[in-house]
Design a binder for this molecule. Structure first.
Ligand code: QAP
Ligand code: CO
Length: 167
């Protein structure tokens, strides 16, 4: 099972809007497994296909303590905001290594998606899982956590990460 290369901010490919997955077949199952491996290897709790330069609407998440509760969400859609009260979390991103930012998001939402067997599912999420779902769904639309911080902070991060990669 190969692990995949993660795009690092400000790579312009992170701004691609991902396309819906028409058919959940073996190649999608394989992609989800490769993404999970890549996420676990990077000590992440969430990863969107966009971050590995695959522009399909699929995200993987595991917020469990023992890293034994993988979630695969295909074509995830926000159905409703259940609790619109904003909750603040310190968010990280495998595509913005070394940086954490306090962001506010609605605390409880309902989403629908297809699972890896192609079955329709709905899920109500709150707490950390809700934050990670919203963060990863943003990636599929080419949005990143750095879009929510001040221009000056974003520029600082952009410069540091560009330098670190030698570009
Ligand atoms: C999104 O991000 C998330 O800087 C998932 O050096 C994370 O898994 C949303 C990571 C936290 C809300 C709260 C970041 C690993 C992992 C780093 C991640 C790093 C190594 C980020
Ligand atoms: Co991210």
């Amino acid at each position: 099972m190969p692990s995949l290369k993660i795009l690092i901010f400000p790579d312009p490919r992170l701004r691609t809007v991902a396309k819906a997955i028409e058919k959940v077949d073996d190649s999608i199952k394989q992609l989800s497994e490769d993404m999970l491996q890549t996420m676990y290897e990077g000590s992440g709790i969430g990863l969107a296909a966009t971050q590995v330069d695959v522009h399909k609407r699929i995200i993987v998440i595991d917020v469990s303590e023992k890293k034994d509760q993988p979630l695969v969400l295909i074509n995830p859609v926000l159905k409703r905001v259940i609790d619109p009260n904003l909750k603040s979390y310190s968010e990280g991103c495998l595509s913005v290594p070394g940086y954490y930012e306090e962001l506010k998001r609605p605390s409880e939402i309902e989403i629908s998606f297809k699972d890896v067997n192609g079955e329709n599912q709905t899920l109500v999420v709150n707490g950390l899982l809700s934050v990670v779902v919203q963060h990863e769904m943003d990636h599929l639309d080419g949005k990143m956590m750095v879009d929510f911080i001040s221009n000056i902070k974003r520029e600082m991060i952009r410069k540091k990460l560009s330098k670190a990669r030698g570009s």
